[in-house]
Every structure is written in structure tokens, then in C-alpha cells.
Write a protein that binds this ligand. Structure first.
Ligand code: NAD
Length: 323
């Protein structure tokens, strides 16, 4: 049954947004979804729903889109990711934190019913426990991306407390999808490696072979956002960002999982600056609050995900799915 929600997705042209919009359209109806992005050229991915070019730093235009489409919910995904974020820390802060503040303020003014904004495991830092990282623990991020996410979480909680804005957030681990190439994060290897395997090209991994990190397959990441957004307001007890765990694996383990299907595939390991970023992140997070408060329950493990990604990639050449 279609619901009355009308949903604006900001930064929809990225890895998460492309898959999220498809699911939102399936659940709420194609007419209910308005994809938007600063990059006009990603419009071609949204022929099934509405598309509006939008830079978050144009709040007047954001107001017009919200009014024009009678928007009731926003998913704000626009960001510069962790590895790219280190190139120009001030620009990253501007997009990731100042951009969030503009969206929060717009949502408050325009009386948006619900706002989703993803946080990240990058809020944790070198002093945080690495195994079973708790919801409430030491938050001392090492990257500007992580600093902006941790400050952003506090701003979300502030807007909820002060203005009653129903803003909800998840601390995503590394996200792995097959519909697009990733956008400059520290866990991108876990997407790139599959594309290389299918194309018959060797892969050079920029993390150490035993660098275990929490990861999540995109269908689970999308499901988590929708499950969280569906819950009645009173069930949402954490107004910073919920820890959620999908699977945890090392580059060697994902390589071994791919070898089951591509036994001749070759990977070598040449760690770069991203290894240092990864070392400060958890190996596995404790997501018991998400499980208890709103029933979080992921579906995919490493081998199930590997098979699914390879199946999809074998059906369509990379050049056709990426802009
Ligand atoms: P992505 O880089 O693939 O996509 C981000 C999108 O935002 C791009 O399409 C970009 O064009 C758009 N954008 C950038 N600046 C903009 C602006 N000023 N106005 C409008 N749009 C703008 O990122 P993603 O992987 O899809 O991540 C989406 C969200 O999820 C981000 O908030 C990210 O921090 C969070 N997250 C991602 C991961 C991951 O592994 N990908 C992990 C944890 C959290």
C-alpha cells in the first residue's frame, strides 16, 4: 500500500543514494520520491522518479523544491567522504557540517516530519575500544570527516531536543554496493576489488591484508535507514547516531571469498595513508541498542554478499552503470 510521504533525497547521485531512491520508490511510489544532487549529470539514474539539481548551499532553492513537491521527509546524504576529506579539511567541514546545519535549519523552518542523516564509524578514534565498540564510548575522531560527523550527531540531538525536529541517524560502517563506484572513502577497496575481479584485472589493495573493519552490504544499509525511519518517534532513544553492525572482514578474507568464483584473481597489498585512518576505527561495533530499540537485524554475511555482487556485475559492464 502506498503511503502519503513525499521524500526528498539530497546527495542522491552517490553510492548510497542511488540504491536508497530505488527502494524508497518501490515502497512509497515513484511519484513520492524526489532525487537531488549537485551533479546534474546523475539525472539519468533517476528516470523512474523526480530529479532536481540542488546544491545544499542554495537554501532558497531547497525551500522551493520542498514547497513544490510537498515534501514531508528528507534523507540528507550529501558529503565528502573520509579519504577525500583529508585533501581539503576546511572544504570538507563546510560541506559536511555547515551543509548539515543548513538542512537542519531548513527542516525546522519548513516543518519537515522526519529527517535522516547518516553518521559513520569514523566518529570513533584511536582511544576507543576496537572490539565491540559501545554506543556510548570515547569519541575522539582522527579525520576531519569523523570530527564533522561527531559534531553533526550532537547538532542533530540538539535540534531534536530544542525544536522537536524528528531527526534520526545511523553510524554506518563501510558500505558496499555494486551500482556505482564509491566516492572517496577509506573502505572503497571492498567495492573496487569486485569490479577488478569481474574485469579480469589484478587489484592493488591500499589496506593491509589483515585490516579488519566493519562493513555492510548496501541492501542492509538501505533496510536499516528505512527500518529506523518507520519506527514511531518514542521508540527512537538515541538521537546522536545508532551503532549498527553488518559484517566484519579483512581484505584477505574478501579476496578469499572472491577466489571461490575467480580462482585466478590476483591481489597485492600496498598500504597507503588510508591504512592509518582505518587503524583508528573499530573492528566490530556493539549494536545492541539498535537491535533492542527498533529491531535492527542485518541479512548479509561476506559469502552471501560476494555471490550477489558478482552475479550483478557479471550481468552488466561497469561502463554502463557509472557516471
Ligand atoms: P558519495 O560520495 O557516493 O555521494 C555523495 C553525493 O553527495 C554525491 O553524489 C555528490 O555529488 C553529492 N554532493 C556533494 N556535495 C554536494 C552539495 N554541496 N550539494 C548537493 N549534493 C552534494 O557518498 P555515499 O557513499 O553515497 O555516502 C552517503 C552518506 O552516507 C554520506 O553522508 C556519508 O558520509 C555516509 N556514509 C557513507 C559510508 C560509505 O561507506 N559510503 C559510510 C558511512 C557513512
Amino acid at each position: 500500500m502506498l503511503e502519503r510521504n513525499r521524500i526528498l533525497v539530497i546527495g542522491a547521485g552517490g553510492q548510497l543514494g542511488r540504491e536508497l531512491c530505488r527502494t524508497l520508490a518501490a515502497v512509497f511510489g515513484e511519484d513520492a520520491v524526489v532525487a537531488s544532487d549537485i551533479r546534474e549529470e546523475v539525472r539519468t539514474h533517476f528516470s523512474y522518479c523526480h530529479f532536481e539539481p540542488l546544491n545544499i548551499f542554495a537554501p532558497d532553492r531547497m525551500d522551493r523544491i520542498i514547497q513544490g513537491h510537498n515534501i514531508t521527509q528528507i534523507y540528507h546524504l550529501a558529503a565528502i567522504l573520509s579519504a577525500d576529506g583529508e585533501v581539503d579539511p576546511h572544504a570538507t567541514w563546510q560541506v559536511n557540517l555547515d551543509g548539515l546545519l543548513l538542512v537542519l535549519e531548513t527542516a525546522r523552518r519548513m516543518k519537515i516530519e522526519k529527517l535522516f542523516w547518516p553518521s559513520s564509524i569514523a566518529v570513533f578514534g584511536g582511544n576507543t575500544e576496537k572490539k565491540g565498540t559501545r554506543q556510548h564510548t570515547v569519541i575522539q575522531p582522527n579525520t576531519v570527516y569523523g570530527i564533522a560527523k561527531s559534531a553533526g550527531e550532537l547538532w542533530c540531538r540538539y535540534y531534536h531536543k530544542k525544536y522537536g525536529l524528528d531527526v534520526r541517524s545511523l553510524r554506518y560502517p563501510g558500505l558496499i554496493g555494486h551500482r556505482s563506484l564509491p566516492g572517496g572513502g577509506t573502505t572503497d577497496y571492498a567495492v573496487d576489488i569486485f569490479h577488478h575481479a569481474v574485469q579480469g584485472r589484478p587489484y592493488t589493495c591500499y589496506l593491509e591484508r589483515d585490516m579488519r573493519l566493519p562493513m555492510m552490504y548496501m541492501p542492509d544499509a538501505v533496510k536499516a535507514a528505512l527500518d529506523l525511519m518507520r519506527e514511531p518517534e518514542e521508540k527512537i532513544k538515541v538521537r546522536t547516531g545508532y551503532n549498527i553492525q553488518g559484517m566484519s572482514f579483512t581484505p584477505l578474507e574478501v579476496y578469499e571469498s572472491i577466489l571461490r568464483f575467480y580462482p585466478k584473481f590476483k591481489v597485492r597489498f600496498r598500504p597507503d595513508f588510508r591504512q592509518k585512518i582505518a587503524e583508528n576505527w573499530p573492528r566490530k561495533v556493539d549494536d545492541s541498542l539498535a537491535r533492542n530499540d527498533w529491531g535492527w537485524n542485518p541479512k548479509y554475511d561476506l559469502d552471501f554478499m560476494t555471490e550477489d555482487i558478482l552475479n550483478h556485475l557479471e550481468k552488466g559492464p561497469l561502463s554502463k552503470i557509472i557516471i
